[in-house]
Design a protein around this ligand. Structure first.
Ligand code: NOJ
Ligand code: NOJ
Length: 517
């Protein structure tokens, strides 16, 4: 016995010492690892991994929020502040980005809704986030001031973790932030309504206070600034952007409901007229839908000037964050998950990145649709620390999966036949080989079910890639290297956890009634 114990202690020491190198090879070769630690994720069982990873993602989000985190120092991070990553050097992501924070809070809100609004700790953290943003909104910064006529200060992309202003050079303003924050806050107000709850946070007082003091300024920003160029969500180029315009349109749409509820009629008029104009712009003037391409274009002026090809995972994100069947009818917002141009965008991204990133080479030559690791956009050269070569991102790969899950969910919910046209044939051919232009695949026919199953296998194959590249504890950084597949860039990236969590949630929603074994 004693000998055994000594032996096992020895083995443990050996394992600890050599584990990182060993596991690296394990990742590479994708072989069973006899030394997997007990708290390691189970990669060999997809379903088991799905549920483990979902909790790890949730915990990953919580740990990056001030006041609730088990790992952050309360003295460094304001309560309710959502930091992008705990990484302070190489790269320094120890900031609160308006975008990352709002998108992440949305995941928490989905969870609150899925669990019938019972988790008081989570409720208090969401309210702390809203309160904290009241303070951030009012800070004078390099984008402008809160009290400026056009609310220009709200276009500031990020703040320090302790609520101080970030005053170095940066790609500013970024005009997606206020709309995204408004969307998140309105999602919370809808939950309060749905579960007939009042606001608990003393500072926030009431939904009406939140509407007047926090929500309305963000919506005013959108009303005044949607026609103006700004930096994209990747913080690199100034232009008009699909992601920004679509999410702004969604914010205006939700805002209309609240302005109506609060009988804020003059502002309601402004919201309605901005909605109509922005929708017209998106559909007819922007160039997001070009005359020459079958896919959508993220930053049209850069496309026209030949500086970008237009393909970008931001398009997937723009669609995901501006549409949700659960929240009601968004049919007057263009480019939902079943839009042919949107689906073609996904197909085009996959075709490009399959060849662009060497780790995808084993996905070439299949006769069925198969997911690959997806990066931000083909021309990307940001490697997570500086610039060299772009890599696949967890956010982009998870978004590809989520698009397909939501698409299948929508197909089931609307029970529509699939009509194959010359615009979508390339998409459907991947799921049913003998498909031809003019075919009608009737709802719930055997052929229809075959397509649905292949679609779900396709979305699962993106998640499989994520499974292969998270570390052994299910942690995620921003990117994984395009040659060897190891993670790089900011560690424990909040947005990676949120994006993967969302995809996992949609998988669960859509597969509830469908057996995909
Ligand atoms: C940091 C930004 O956050 C990232 O999106 C961008 O690609 C690089 N800077 C470019 O240098
Ligand atoms: C760089 C990304 O490009 C940007 O979208 C994000 O907001 C920041 N990193 C922080 O995660």
């Amino acid at each position: 016995m004693k000998l055994l114990r000594i032996l096992s202690a020895f083995v443990t020491i050996q394992v600890v010492l050599t584990l990182p190198t060993y596991l690296q090879f394990h990742n590479l070769l994708n072989v069973q690892n006899p030394f997997i630690r007990e708290d390691s994720i189970v990669r060999s069982d997809f379903n088991e991994w799905l549920s483990q990873q979902r909790s790890i993602c949730f915990e990953g989000i919580i740990n990056n929020i001030g006041g609730i985190s088990n790992t952050l120092d309360d003295k460094e991070v304001a309560g309710g502040a959502v930091i992008a990553s705990p990484s302070k050097i190489k790269p320094n992501y120890f900031y609160q980005w308006t975008r990352d924070a709002a998108l992440t809070i949305k995941s928490l809100l989905f969870h609150l809704d899925d669990t019938s609004f019972k988790d008081n700790k989570l409720i208090s953290i969401v309210e702390a986030y809203i309160e904290n943003n009241y303070y951030l909104q009012r800070l004078d910064n390099k984008s402008g001031k809160f009290d400026d006529n056009d609310r220009s200060g709200l276009g500031e992309p990020k703040f320090l973790a302790n609520n101080k202003v970030f005053d170095e050079n940066w790609g500013r303003p970024q005009r997606d932030g206020p709309g995204l924050r408004a969307i998140a806050i309105m999602q919370y107000l809808r939950l309060l309504d749905k579960y007939e709850k009042s606001v608990s946070n003393e500072f926030l007082k009431s939904p009406e206070f939140i509407y007047n003091e926090i929500l309305k300024p963000d919506l005013e920003y959108v009303v005044k600034n949607w026609p103006n160029e700004g930096f994209d969500l990747w913080e690199e180029i100034s232009d008009m952007h699909y992601f920004t315009s679509l999410t702004q349109l969604r914010a205006l749409k939700d805002g209309i409901k609240f302005a109506t509820q609060y009988q804020d009629y003059q502002f309601l008029n402004e919201l309605q007229s901005s909605f109509t104009k922005l929708k017209y712009y998106i559909e007819n003037e922007s160039g997001y839908k070009s005359n020459v391409l079958l896919h959508l274009v993220e930053s049209p002026n850069h496309f026209i000037q030949g500086k970008r090809g237009g393909l970008d995972a931001a398009i997937l994100l723009g669609t995901l964050h501006s549409h949700n069947l659960e929240d009601g009818d968004y049919s007057d917002i263009p480019f939902d998950v079943n839009d042919v141009y949107l689906l073609n965008t996904l197909t085009a991204l996959v075709s490009d990145m399959k060849y662009r990133y060497p780790i995808n080479r084993n996905k070439i030559g299949f006769d069925r649709a198969i997911g690959v690791a997806i990066g931000r956009y083909p021309e990307d050269i940001y490697d997570g620390y500086g610039t060299s070569e772009g890599n696949p991102w967890f956010i982009s790969t998870a978004s590809a999966a989520e698009i397909i899950y939501k698409f299948v969910y929508k197909l089931n919910a609307t029970q529509q036949d699939l009509i194959v046209t010359r615009f979508n044939i390339d998409f459907y051919k991947q799921f049913s080989k003998d498909t031809q232009v003019g075919h009608v695949i009737t709802y719930d026919s055997p052929k229809y079910r075959e397509v649905i199953l292949s679609l779900l296998r396709y979305s699962d194959s993106f998640l499989e890639i994520i499974k292969d590249h998270v570390d052994n504890q299910g942690h995620m950084s921003e990117q994984f290297n395009k040659y060897h597949g190891f993670m790089q860039g900011a560690t424990d990236l909040t947005w990676s956890y949120s994006a993967v969590w969302n995809a996992l949630r949609w998988r669960e929603k859509v597969t509830k009634n469908i057996n995909i074994e």
